[in-house]
Design a binder for this molecule. Structure first.
Ligand SMILES: [Zn+2]
Length: 144
């Protein structure tokens, strides 16, 4: 018996490709693992595209910019329905709430304020702050 996977990669309205639920996913579900190449913090500093780098522990990061990392296609949103969580040195995408079949998965990339104006957000949610920035910094951003 082959079970249908929880998510599938498909074209997104937010940007490029996205990840979509293929069945209803209850809140709290470990939806998909964020996989990649384990690299040292030093190596991570030299990576050109930091968008795919995840903090793993004191010594290592994960560079998720690899073709087999489906979770790397998940788009940012100011209205996230999932979030990446470190569980025993693995990064899992966890459902923040019930996600409906067909819904696009999205989490807040959690960027800090450095050069935030280079990262405009087009997530389309009503509370979109206009930039890809961690929610804790939102009060410092002036909407334009
Ligand atoms: Zn947004």
């Amino acid at each position: 018996m082959s079970e249908k996977e929880l998510v599938i990669v498909a074209n997104s309205k937010i940007e490029g490709k996205g990840v979509f639920a293929q069945k209803d996913i209850p809140k709290g579900t470990k939806v998909i693992e964020y996989v990649g190449i384990k690299i040292t913090k030093k190596e991570a500093e030299r990576v050109e595209n930091p968008r795919y780098i995840f903090n793993l522990n004191k010594r290592y990061d994960i560079d998720g910019n690899v073709p087999w990392n489906k979770a790397g296609f998940i788009n940012h949103s100011c209205d996230p329905n999932c979030e990446p969580i470190n569980i025993s040195n693995s990064i899992w995408i966890i459902a923040l709430r019930d996600i409906k079949n067909g819904e696009e998965l999205r989490y807040n990339y959690g960027y800090d304020l450095v050069d935030y104006e280079n990262w405009p957000c087009n997530c389309g949610s009503p509370q979109c702050i206009g930039y890809i920035v961690a929610e804790e910094h939102w009060h410092k951003i002036v909407k334009k």
